[in-house]
Design a protein around this ligand. Structure first.
Ligand SMILES: *Cc1c(COP(=O)(O)O)cnc(C)c1O
Length: 389
Protein backbone atom coordinates (compact mmCIF):
# COMPACT_ATOMS: atom_id res chain seq x y z
CA UNK A 1 0.00 0.00 0.00
CA UNK A 2 1.26 3.43 -0.90
CA UNK A 3 1.25 5.87 1.97
CA UNK A 4 -0.85 8.93 1.26
CA UNK A 5 2.22 11.11 1.61
CA UNK A 6 3.96 9.13 -1.17
CA UNK A 7 1.09 9.52 -3.57
CA UNK A 8 1.59 12.01 -6.32
CA UNK A 9 -0.79 14.90 -6.55
CA UNK A 10 -3.24 14.77 -9.44
CA UNK A 11 -3.93 18.25 -10.78
CA UNK A 12 -7.13 19.55 -12.32
CA UNK A 13 -5.48 20.55 -15.60
CA UNK A 14 -1.70 20.71 -15.67
CA UNK A 15 0.38 22.09 -18.55
CA UNK A 16 1.39 19.41 -21.07
CA UNK A 17 4.44 20.26 -23.16
CA UNK A 18 5.05 18.57 -26.51
CA UNK A 19 8.83 18.63 -26.34
CA UNK A 20 9.17 20.92 -29.34
CA UNK A 21 8.73 24.16 -27.37
CA UNK A 22 12.45 24.58 -26.65
CA UNK A 23 13.26 24.60 -30.37
CA UNK A 24 11.12 27.68 -30.94
CA UNK A 25 12.40 29.32 -27.77
CA UNK A 26 15.92 28.56 -28.91
CA UNK A 27 15.23 30.30 -32.25
CA UNK A 28 14.03 33.36 -30.36
CA UNK A 29 17.26 33.46 -28.36
CA UNK A 30 19.47 32.76 -31.39
CA UNK A 31 17.96 35.68 -33.29
CA UNK A 32 17.62 37.84 -30.15
CA UNK A 33 13.90 38.32 -30.71
CA UNK A 34 13.26 38.71 -26.98
CA UNK A 35 10.40 41.14 -27.42
CA UNK A 36 6.61 41.37 -27.56
CA UNK A 37 6.89 40.95 -31.32
CA UNK A 38 8.93 38.85 -33.73
CA UNK A 39 8.78 35.83 -36.03
CA UNK A 40 7.19 33.45 -33.51
CA UNK A 41 4.41 35.96 -32.82
CA UNK A 42 3.71 36.48 -36.54
CA UNK A 43 3.76 32.74 -37.25
CA UNK A 44 1.64 31.83 -34.21
CA UNK A 45 -1.00 34.36 -35.29
CA UNK A 46 -1.12 32.92 -38.83
CA UNK A 47 -1.25 29.36 -37.54
CA UNK A 48 -4.12 30.06 -35.14
CA UNK A 49 -6.07 32.01 -37.80
CA UNK A 50 -5.61 29.08 -40.18
CA UNK A 51 -6.64 26.52 -37.55
CA UNK A 52 -9.78 28.44 -36.61
CA UNK A 53 -10.62 29.43 -40.19
CA UNK A 54 -10.69 33.20 -39.72
CA UNK A 55 -8.94 35.98 -41.62
CA UNK A 56 -6.54 37.05 -38.92
CA UNK A 57 -5.47 36.75 -35.30
CA UNK A 58 -3.68 39.04 -32.86
CA UNK A 59 -1.53 37.44 -30.15
CA UNK A 60 -1.88 39.15 -26.78
CA UNK A 61 -0.75 38.76 -23.19
CA UNK A 62 -3.92 37.02 -21.94
CA UNK A 63 -7.44 35.99 -22.80
CA UNK A 64 -8.64 38.78 -20.54
CA UNK A 65 -6.63 41.30 -22.60
CA UNK A 66 -8.23 39.92 -25.78
CA UNK A 67 -11.72 40.48 -24.35
CA UNK A 68 -10.73 43.98 -23.24
CA UNK A 69 -9.46 44.81 -26.74
CA UNK A 70 -12.64 43.45 -28.33
CA UNK A 71 -14.76 45.69 -26.09
CA UNK A 72 -12.56 48.70 -26.91
CA UNK A 73 -12.90 47.99 -30.62
CA UNK A 74 -16.68 47.92 -30.22
CA UNK A 75 -16.44 51.30 -28.53
CA UNK A 76 -17.84 50.07 -25.23
CA UNK A 77 -17.61 52.89 -22.73
CA UNK A 78 -19.05 54.33 -19.56
CA UNK A 79 -22.82 54.03 -19.39
CA UNK A 80 -22.96 51.26 -22.02
CA UNK A 81 -24.39 47.85 -21.30
CA UNK A 82 -22.78 44.53 -22.23
CA UNK A 83 -24.60 41.20 -21.90
CA UNK A 84 -22.52 38.26 -20.70
CA UNK A 85 -23.00 34.59 -19.80
CA UNK A 86 -23.34 34.30 -16.04
CA UNK A 87 -21.88 30.80 -15.66
CA UNK A 88 -18.24 31.57 -16.34
CA UNK A 89 -14.93 32.64 -14.92
CA UNK A 90 -14.79 36.26 -13.75
CA UNK A 91 -12.35 37.13 -16.57
CA UNK A 92 -15.23 37.03 -19.06
CA UNK A 93 -16.81 40.07 -17.42
CA UNK A 94 -14.00 42.00 -15.74
CA UNK A 95 -13.12 43.88 -18.95
CA UNK A 96 -16.69 45.23 -19.03
CA UNK A 97 -15.86 46.96 -15.75
CA UNK A 98 -12.45 48.11 -17.08
CA UNK A 99 -14.39 50.07 -19.71
CA UNK A 100 -16.71 51.55 -17.07
CA UNK A 101 -19.64 49.76 -18.69
CA UNK A 102 -22.36 47.78 -16.99
CA UNK A 103 -22.76 44.02 -17.34
CA UNK A 104 -26.11 42.25 -17.58
CA UNK A 105 -25.90 38.54 -16.89
CA UNK A 106 -27.70 35.86 -18.87
CA UNK A 107 -28.50 32.42 -17.46
CA UNK A 108 -27.55 29.04 -18.91
CA UNK A 109 -29.85 26.48 -20.50
CA UNK A 110 -29.63 22.78 -19.58
CA UNK A 111 -28.47 21.30 -22.91
CA UNK A 112 -25.11 23.08 -23.17
CA UNK A 113 -24.85 24.77 -19.75
CA UNK A 114 -24.21 27.92 -21.82
CA UNK A 115 -26.16 31.10 -22.59
CA UNK A 116 -29.88 30.50 -22.77
CA UNK A 117 -31.19 31.86 -26.10
CA UNK A 118 -34.56 32.22 -24.41
CA UNK A 119 -33.19 34.41 -21.60
CA UNK A 120 -31.07 36.37 -24.09
CA UNK A 121 -34.10 37.08 -26.25
CA UNK A 122 -36.09 38.33 -23.28
CA UNK A 123 -33.22 40.57 -22.18
CA UNK A 124 -32.70 42.01 -25.68
CA UNK A 125 -36.41 42.58 -26.18
CA UNK A 126 -36.64 44.54 -22.93
CA UNK A 127 -33.46 46.49 -23.67
CA UNK A 128 -34.79 47.37 -27.10
CA UNK A 129 -38.08 48.61 -25.66
CA UNK A 130 -36.14 50.79 -23.23
CA UNK A 131 -33.93 52.09 -26.03
CA UNK A 132 -30.94 50.67 -24.21
CA UNK A 133 -29.53 47.83 -26.32
CA UNK A 134 -26.15 46.43 -25.25
CA UNK A 135 -23.00 47.28 -27.20
CA UNK A 136 -21.99 43.61 -27.25
CA UNK A 137 -22.95 40.12 -26.08
CA UNK A 138 -20.17 37.97 -24.61
CA UNK A 139 -20.99 34.29 -25.15
CA UNK A 140 -18.92 31.70 -23.29
CA UNK A 141 -18.32 28.08 -24.35
CA UNK A 142 -18.05 26.40 -20.98
CA UNK A 143 -15.55 23.56 -20.44
CA UNK A 144 -15.22 23.22 -24.22
CA UNK A 145 -18.91 22.91 -25.06
CA UNK A 146 -20.17 25.38 -27.67
CA UNK A 147 -23.19 27.44 -26.82
CA UNK A 148 -26.27 27.23 -29.08
CA UNK A 149 -24.62 29.51 -31.62
CA UNK A 150 -27.26 29.35 -34.40
CA UNK A 151 -29.98 30.56 -32.06
CA UNK A 152 -27.76 33.15 -30.37
CA UNK A 153 -26.40 34.55 -33.66
CA UNK A 154 -29.93 34.81 -35.08
CA UNK A 155 -31.23 36.71 -32.05
CA UNK A 156 -28.23 39.04 -31.92
CA UNK A 157 -28.47 39.76 -35.66
CA UNK A 158 -32.13 40.61 -35.20
CA UNK A 159 -31.13 43.38 -32.80
CA UNK A 160 -27.87 44.17 -34.59
CA UNK A 161 -25.73 43.51 -31.52
CA UNK A 162 -22.21 42.12 -32.12
CA UNK A 163 -21.04 38.93 -30.42
CA UNK A 164 -17.73 38.36 -28.68
CA UNK A 165 -17.23 34.61 -28.46
CA UNK A 166 -15.28 33.77 -25.32
CA UNK A 167 -13.67 30.54 -26.53
CA UNK A 168 -10.99 30.57 -23.82
CA UNK A 169 -11.99 27.04 -22.83
CA UNK A 170 -13.04 25.71 -26.23
CA UNK A 171 -10.07 25.91 -28.58
CA UNK A 172 -10.25 22.77 -30.73
CA UNK A 173 -14.02 22.33 -30.32
CA UNK A 174 -16.47 22.59 -33.20
CA UNK A 175 -20.10 23.57 -33.70
CA UNK A 176 -21.68 22.07 -36.82
CA UNK A 177 -18.21 21.47 -38.22
CA UNK A 178 -17.07 25.05 -37.73
CA UNK A 179 -14.32 25.96 -35.27
CA UNK A 180 -15.24 27.34 -31.88
CA UNK A 181 -14.22 30.99 -31.63
CA UNK A 182 -15.20 31.81 -35.23
CA UNK A 183 -18.86 32.67 -34.68
CA UNK A 184 -18.80 36.21 -33.37
CA UNK A 185 -17.59 39.54 -34.63
CA UNK A 186 -14.60 38.68 -32.42
CA UNK A 187 -13.43 35.45 -30.85
CA UNK A 188 -10.96 35.12 -28.02
CA UNK A 189 -8.74 32.30 -26.78
CA UNK A 190 -6.63 31.89 -23.65
CA UNK A 191 -3.29 30.12 -23.29
CA UNK A 192 -3.17 30.30 -19.52
CA UNK A 193 -1.35 27.46 -17.78
CA UNK A 194 -4.48 25.40 -17.17
CA UNK A 195 -6.02 25.66 -20.65
CA UNK A 196 -5.98 22.90 -23.28
CA UNK A 197 -2.80 24.36 -24.76
CA UNK A 198 -0.71 26.96 -23.01
CA UNK A 199 1.99 29.58 -23.46
CA UNK A 200 2.16 29.88 -19.63
CA UNK A 201 0.10 33.01 -20.08
CA UNK A 202 -1.27 34.48 -23.25
CA UNK A 203 -4.32 34.99 -25.40
CA UNK A 204 -5.52 35.55 -28.94
CA UNK A 205 -8.08 37.83 -30.54
CA UNK A 206 -9.50 36.55 -33.84
CA UNK A 207 -11.83 38.06 -36.41
CA UNK A 208 -12.65 38.31 -40.09
CA UNK A 209 -12.54 42.10 -39.77
CA UNK A 210 -8.94 42.76 -40.75
CA UNK A 211 -9.26 46.52 -40.26
CA UNK A 212 -10.48 46.04 -36.69
CA UNK A 213 -7.57 43.73 -35.93
CA UNK A 214 -5.16 46.28 -37.32
CA UNK A 215 -6.58 48.69 -34.79
CA UNK A 216 -6.28 46.00 -32.10
CA UNK A 217 -2.53 45.80 -32.77
CA UNK A 218 -2.33 49.57 -32.48
CA UNK A 219 -4.25 49.64 -29.18
CA UNK A 220 -2.25 46.72 -27.80
CA UNK A 221 1.05 48.54 -28.30
CA UNK A 222 0.27 51.78 -26.42
CA UNK A 223 -1.67 53.40 -29.32
CA UNK A 224 1.34 55.21 -30.69
CA UNK A 225 0.39 57.61 -33.49
CA UNK A 226 2.19 57.76 -36.83
CA UNK A 227 4.70 60.42 -35.91
CA UNK A 228 8.43 60.59 -35.47
CA UNK A 229 8.12 61.57 -31.82
CA UNK A 230 6.06 59.73 -29.19
CA UNK A 231 2.56 60.97 -29.79
CA UNK A 232 -0.67 59.48 -28.46
CA UNK A 233 -4.26 60.53 -29.03
CA UNK A 234 -6.14 57.56 -27.54
CA UNK A 235 -5.71 55.28 -24.53
CA UNK A 236 -3.58 52.29 -25.41
CA UNK A 237 -2.53 49.13 -23.59
CA UNK A 238 0.59 47.04 -23.31
CA UNK A 239 -1.02 43.77 -24.32
CA UNK A 240 1.16 42.07 -26.94
CA UNK A 241 2.49 38.54 -26.56
CA UNK A 242 6.17 37.87 -26.00
CA UNK A 243 8.02 36.25 -28.92
CA UNK A 244 9.34 33.62 -26.50
CA UNK A 245 5.87 32.68 -25.33
CA UNK A 246 4.58 32.62 -28.90
CA UNK A 247 7.27 30.00 -29.53
CA UNK A 248 5.73 27.82 -26.82
CA UNK A 249 2.34 28.40 -28.43
CA UNK A 250 3.53 27.23 -31.86
CA UNK A 251 4.78 23.93 -30.46
CA UNK A 252 1.58 23.52 -28.44
CA UNK A 253 -0.64 24.16 -31.44
CA UNK A 254 1.11 21.32 -33.30
CA UNK A 255 -0.33 18.88 -30.74
CA UNK A 256 -3.72 20.55 -30.10
CA UNK A 257 -5.70 17.83 -31.89
CA UNK A 258 -3.92 15.16 -29.84
CA UNK A 259 -4.75 17.07 -26.67
CA UNK A 260 -8.42 17.21 -27.65
CA UNK A 261 -8.37 13.45 -28.28
CA UNK A 262 -6.76 12.81 -24.90
CA UNK A 263 -9.25 14.94 -22.98
CA UNK A 264 -12.18 13.38 -24.79
CA UNK A 265 -10.83 9.95 -23.94
CA UNK A 266 -10.59 10.93 -20.27
CA UNK A 267 -14.20 12.08 -20.36
CA UNK A 268 -15.35 8.84 -22.01
CA UNK A 269 -13.53 6.72 -19.44
CA UNK A 270 -14.94 8.70 -16.51
CA UNK A 271 -18.39 8.36 -17.96
CA UNK A 272 -18.04 4.67 -18.70
CA UNK A 273 -16.75 3.91 -15.20
CA UNK A 274 -19.08 6.17 -13.24
CA UNK A 275 -22.31 6.51 -15.20
CA UNK A 276 -23.90 3.53 -13.49
CA UNK A 277 -23.87 5.40 -10.18
CA UNK A 278 -27.39 6.68 -9.71
CA UNK A 279 -27.59 10.44 -9.25
CA UNK A 280 -24.49 11.28 -11.33
CA UNK A 281 -25.05 13.16 -14.58
CA UNK A 282 -22.27 14.06 -16.98
CA UNK A 283 -22.21 17.37 -18.83
CA UNK A 284 -24.12 16.81 -22.07
CA UNK A 285 -22.74 17.38 -25.55
CA UNK A 286 -25.11 19.15 -27.91
CA UNK A 287 -25.87 17.34 -31.17
CA UNK A 288 -23.62 18.37 -34.07
CA UNK A 289 -21.00 19.78 -31.75
CA UNK A 290 -17.68 18.32 -30.63
CA UNK A 291 -16.46 19.51 -27.26
CA UNK A 292 -12.76 19.45 -26.51
CA UNK A 293 -13.86 18.31 -23.02
CA UNK A 294 -11.38 20.73 -21.47
CA UNK A 295 -12.71 19.67 -18.09
CA UNK A 296 -14.88 16.67 -17.35
CA UNK A 297 -17.86 18.19 -15.57
CA UNK A 298 -20.79 16.46 -13.94
CA UNK A 299 -23.62 17.14 -11.57
CA UNK A 300 -24.74 15.14 -8.57
CA UNK A 301 -28.18 14.61 -7.25
CA UNK A 302 -27.59 15.10 -3.53
CA UNK A 303 -30.86 13.46 -2.57
CA UNK A 304 -29.88 10.26 -4.37
CA UNK A 305 -26.18 10.28 -3.57
CA UNK A 306 -26.45 11.40 0.03
CA UNK A 307 -23.45 13.70 -0.06
CA UNK A 308 -22.72 17.19 -1.26
CA UNK A 309 -20.27 18.73 -3.75
CA UNK A 310 -18.12 20.36 -1.02
CA UNK A 311 -17.76 17.07 0.87
CA UNK A 312 -16.78 15.22 -2.31
CA UNK A 313 -14.20 17.91 -3.15
CA UNK A 314 -12.82 17.74 0.38
CA UNK A 315 -12.55 13.95 0.33
CA UNK A 316 -10.78 14.02 -3.05
CA UNK A 317 -8.43 16.71 -1.82
CA UNK A 318 -7.46 14.48 1.10
CA UNK A 319 -6.42 11.91 -1.49
CA UNK A 320 -4.31 14.56 -3.25
CA UNK A 321 -6.79 14.81 -6.08
CA UNK A 322 -7.61 18.29 -7.26
CA UNK A 323 -11.26 18.62 -8.28
CA UNK A 324 -13.23 21.87 -8.44
CA UNK A 325 -16.77 23.13 -8.23
CA UNK A 326 -18.43 24.53 -11.33
CA UNK A 327 -17.85 28.30 -11.74
CA UNK A 328 -19.86 30.39 -9.30
CA UNK A 329 -22.31 32.35 -11.47
CA UNK A 330 -21.25 35.97 -11.86
CA UNK A 331 -24.65 37.36 -10.84
CA UNK A 332 -24.04 35.69 -7.43
CA UNK A 333 -20.61 37.29 -6.97
CA UNK A 334 -20.19 40.10 -4.42
CA UNK A 335 -18.31 42.03 -7.13
CA UNK A 336 -21.46 42.18 -9.25
CA UNK A 337 -24.03 42.74 -6.53
CA UNK A 338 -27.13 44.46 -7.83
CA UNK A 339 -26.37 43.70 -11.49
CA UNK A 340 -29.30 42.80 -13.70
CA UNK A 341 -29.81 39.07 -14.38
CA UNK A 342 -32.11 37.15 -16.73
CA UNK A 343 -32.85 33.55 -15.76
CA UNK A 344 -33.72 30.78 -18.21
CA UNK A 345 -37.30 30.53 -16.95
CA UNK A 346 -39.22 32.68 -14.55
CA UNK A 347 -38.66 30.36 -11.63
CA UNK A 348 -35.69 28.34 -12.78
CA UNK A 349 -32.13 29.56 -12.64
CA UNK A 350 -30.15 26.86 -14.47
CA UNK A 351 -26.74 28.31 -13.61
CA UNK A 352 -27.55 28.38 -9.89
CA UNK A 353 -28.56 24.72 -10.01
CA UNK A 354 -25.40 23.79 -11.91
CA UNK A 355 -23.31 25.69 -9.38
CA UNK A 356 -24.82 23.91 -6.40
CA UNK A 357 -24.65 20.44 -7.92
CA UNK A 358 -21.69 20.54 -10.33
CA UNK A 359 -18.06 19.59 -10.09
CA UNK A 360 -15.06 19.15 -12.39
CA UNK A 361 -12.75 16.13 -12.22
CA UNK A 362 -9.03 16.16 -13.04
CA UNK A 363 -8.79 16.34 -16.82
CA UNK A 364 -5.19 17.08 -17.79
CA UNK A 365 -4.12 15.48 -21.06
CA UNK A 366 -0.94 14.23 -19.39
CA UNK A 367 -2.79 12.20 -16.78
CA UNK A 368 -1.96 8.52 -17.02
CA UNK A 369 -4.61 5.84 -17.10
CA UNK A 370 -3.37 4.85 -13.64
CA UNK A 371 -3.92 8.40 -12.37
CA UNK A 372 -7.40 8.41 -13.75
CA UNK A 373 -8.25 5.02 -12.27
CA UNK A 374 -7.14 6.36 -8.90
CA UNK A 375 -9.64 9.21 -9.25
CA UNK A 376 -12.36 6.85 -10.40
CA UNK A 377 -11.74 4.42 -7.56
CA UNK A 378 -11.81 7.26 -5.08
CA UNK A 379 -15.12 8.60 -6.41
CA UNK A 380 -16.63 5.12 -6.39
CA UNK A 381 -15.54 4.49 -2.81
CA UNK A 382 -16.82 7.87 -1.74
CA UNK A 383 -20.17 7.15 -3.22
CA UNK A 384 -20.09 3.78 -1.48
CA UNK A 385 -20.37 1.69 -4.57
CA UNK A 386 -19.40 -1.91 -4.15
CA UNK A 387 -17.25 -2.39 -7.21
CA UNK A 388 -14.55 -4.75 -8.26
CA UNK A 389 -11.63 -2.92 -9.80
C1 LIG B 1 -9.32 31.38 -18.69
C2 LIG B 1 -10.52 32.13 -19.09
C3 LIG B 1 -10.46 33.48 -19.46
C4 LIG B 1 -9.26 34.35 -19.25
O1 LIG B 1 -8.13 33.98 -19.88
P1 LIG B 1 -6.72 34.49 -19.27
O2 LIG B 1 -5.77 34.10 -20.35
O3 LIG B 1 -6.50 33.74 -18.00
O4 LIG B 1 -6.79 35.96 -19.08
C5 LIG B 1 -11.62 34.09 -19.93
N1 LIG B 1 -12.77 33.42 -20.03
C6 LIG B 1 -12.88 32.13 -19.67
C7 LIG B 1 -14.19 31.45 -19.83
C8 LIG B 1 -11.77 31.45 -19.16
O5 LIG B 1 -11.91 30.18 -18.78
Amino acid sequence: MLQKSDQKRIFLSAPHMSGNEMNYIHDAFETNWIAPLGPNVDAFEKEIAHYVGVSEAVAVSSGTAAIHLALSLLDVKKGDKVFCSTLTFVASANPILYQGAEPVFIDSEPETWNMSPQALEKALKEACMNGNLPKAVIVVNLYGQSAKMDEIVTICNQYNVPIIEDAAESLGSTYKGKASGSFGKFGIFSFNGNKIITTSSGGMLVSNDVEALKKARFLATQAKDHALHYQHSTIGFNYRMSNILAGIGRAQLEVLDERVQARRLLFDRYKQELCSIPGLHFMPQLQHTISNRWLTALTIDEGVIGTSVPSILKALSEEKIEARPVWKPLHMQPLFEGVNYYSHCENMSVSENLFSTGLCLPSGSNMTEEDQMRVIKCVKELLKMRVSL
